[in-house]
Design a protein around this ligand. Structure first.
Ligand SMILES: [Zn+2]
Length: 386
């Protein structure tokens, strides 16, 4: 079985599932956006919660779970539906065992959270209720880890992504991954199947810069080296960076080597926004808007045959941003003739979009054509193991 990356159609927003090729099919969910319309069977909005549930596993108590969940940043289009669909609080108090399977809240065995990204978002705007709930859960898990000397079970585990300012995360050494560092596996599993390289959040170099970073869609940016299959020695690279804006990509371009920034699969930042590639407004300046060459360079290391995915509404030739038609053109030019650009709102068609699922191969990612939730269930039913 190949490792997979699935992008769910959530309009402008992110909800992405990485499934490794180890025996346990260890998985990481990056962000979620589950609108109430998506939960309404009478509504045509894609039922992404069902699509997610059809792809994840259940434990020995028949409770659905993900091995880990990362919140790239606490904006509503990256965490909507969290409280409704995920269990927050101690597992000992799990309250959904008597509910129908599809209504049971999903357990997050390990939470991946960045206090620095949270602080920057709170400095810039009010947090939505789901973001507040994520933050509360992260704080609960940190407190539990400190109390238990970091010896906690699934459901209490946390990984802190990026050190916070003024030594606020200095006492979290065993669960802290600093910016620039690499680490293996997910929740202590599948260490030989995934290496995650933290490219952001970036630490400030001055107070002025801190303000710029706060207003620039500060997000966790990770480059994932995913082993293609259980018996393969090759890896494919997925680069995902939330809504990071142009200033952040400029900094990344200066701080990392080209080899760190190469990818086989890229999630176009901020739903294919022009403001990840330029300081100029697309709506105001149109074609005269100038591109930032260093931001483009950070996002320009596509390997031969690479794929770029815009997790967004359909991309239309108008003044809207995001998604932005000119950003799409720029990504197309980065890909050249060998690459493929896809938009979650357009596949297989704009009236009824379905999850975009890619499988890792020896030569990068390939689109798994015609995948529906039913086909996923029958062809690769996950083991019902804890
Ligand atoms: Zn967003």
């Amino acid at each position: 079985m190949a490792a997979k990356v699935t992008f769910f159609p959530v309009d402008n927003g992110d909800m992405t599932l990485i499934q490794l090729a180890d025996a346990d099919k260890t998985c990481l969910l990056i962000d979620c956006k589950i609108r109430s319309a998506a939960d309404n069977p009478e509504d045509g909005t894609p039922d992404v919660a069902k699509e997610l549930r059809n792809r994840i596993k259940t434990d020995i108590n028949n409770r659905p779970y993900v091995d880990a969940m990362l919140l790239s940043h606490p904006d509503e289009d990256h965490c909507l539906g969290l409280k409704t669909h995920f269990w927050l609080g101690p597992i000992a108090e799990y309250a959904d065992d008597a509910k129908p399977q599809l209504e049971k809240r999903i357990i997050i065995r390990q939470l991946w959270s960045s206090p620095m990204v949270f602080r920057r978002a709170s400095n810039d705007h009010l947090l939505c209720p789901d973001a507040k709930a994520f933050n509360k859960e992260a704080k609960r898990r940190v407190a539990e880890n400190l109390k238990q000397n970091f010896s906690v079970g699934d459901g209490d585990k946390i990984l802190i992504i990026g050190e916070d300012e003024n030594g606020k995360t200095d006492n979290l050494g065993p669960v802290l991954i600093k910016s620039g560092e690499r680490f293996s596996g997910i929740n202590g599993q599948a260490a030989d199947h995934l290496v995650s390289h933290i490219l952001a959040p970036i630490s400030k170099q001055s107070d002025v810069e801190e303000e710029i970073l706060s207003k620039n869609g500060s997000s966790v940016i990770i480059s994932y080296d995913i082993k293609n299959s259980a018996y393969s020695s090759t890896v494919s690279r997925f680069l995902s960076g939330g809504d990071a804006g142009v200033d952040i990509w400029e900094r990344i371009s200066g701080e990392f080597e080209s080899s760190d920034l190469e990818y086989d699969l890229l999630q176009a930042p901020h739903h294919c926004s022009w403001r990840s590639l330029s300081h100029d407004s697309w709506s105001d300046n149109g074609e005269s808007a100038q591109i930032s060459q260093s931001a483009r360079s950070a996002l320009g290391h596509a390997r031969n045959g690479a794929i770029i995915v815009s997790s967004s509404k359909p991309i239309v030739d108008d003044k809207d941003d995001p998604p932005c038609i000119r950003a799409k053109r720029e990504y197309r030019s980065i890909l050249g003739n060998s690459g493929i650009f896809k938009c979650t709102g357009e596949e297989p068609n704009t009236s009824k979009p379905a999850p975009l699922q890619f499988e890792a191969t020896a030569s990068g990612f390939k689109l798994a054509v015609g995948i529906s939730a039913a086909a996923v269930l029958t062809s690769s039913s996950p083991p019902r193991a804890g």
